[in-house]
Design a protein around this ligand. Sequence first.
Ligand SMILES: [Zn+2]
Length: 315
Amino acid sequence: MIVTTKQLYQVAYGKFAVGAYNVNNMEQILGLFRGNVQSQAPFIIQLSKGARKYADKRMLESLIRTAEKMFTDAIFAVHLDHGDEETCYDCIDSGFYSSVMIDASHENFEENIAITKRVVDRAHQKGISVEAELGQLGGVEEDIRVDEGHASLTNPEEAVEFVKRTGCDSLAAAIGTSHGAYKFKGTQGLHFNVIEEIQKRIPGTPIVMHGSSSVPIEEVERINAAGGKLDPSARGVNENEYLPAAKLGVTKVNIDTDGRLVWTRVHREFFRDHPEQFDFRPPGKIFVEEYANFIAHKNEKLGSADQLDAIRASL
Ligand SMILES: [Zn+2]
């Protein structure tokens, strides 16, 4: 069943975080639904502009609609990740998305507010939730690269004004994470003080954490042992920080990179160990299973596992 992100946040806020997972193909969608039903967790399916272009937005919609019929227990939101204004309107008008993200964070404060407000007005007319971004994360998101020097943490004072004037339902805040596989060097981590300051000023407004993959070292090592060349010093967010952050209002946690690492590891290892193979279904089958287990594991860390009944009761 498709619900809005707002409906999920009403139950989750201050208690646990809902996993938001990016998908691009059939295997990911199958594994995602399987893993969430397995762990009895509500979830958010995220479609980026890149995914909508890669698989064709109609193909993705059909796959998700079919998965909805196959997994009748599943409760989830369909969310546009990092939309521009035009893509937001396309999703709002489609009748399929229950939530969109408008990312005008590269604009100046006033322009960001103006664009976000326009999207919020149009989305709310149709009962669709809106996530908006304030502050800039470093790293690479789709084709946009933000150098660490230009990345800036969200200013809690500005966050108050931003949420008030735009009416957005949740706030993507820059709290120390970055996009992509190369996040933290050394001991850098989440800025809990910034999260706390934001929550203190706008209690009840769900905070969204982007770039929240953990980039497990074992995964990187296995990929490299099977011919990969990923930076072994790459570090992501410590999974044990998801829940403490959730208690402070981080209600949506975006995970993309870690899922890509699962795909890369499964396929590299499979073809390394079976060089005579050219059928992609055997590794595909392994991937669906591994991805489902990966999702179930993340949901445990986010606290969203076993929350499906609570969500169902609230609807
Ligand atoms: Zn993001």
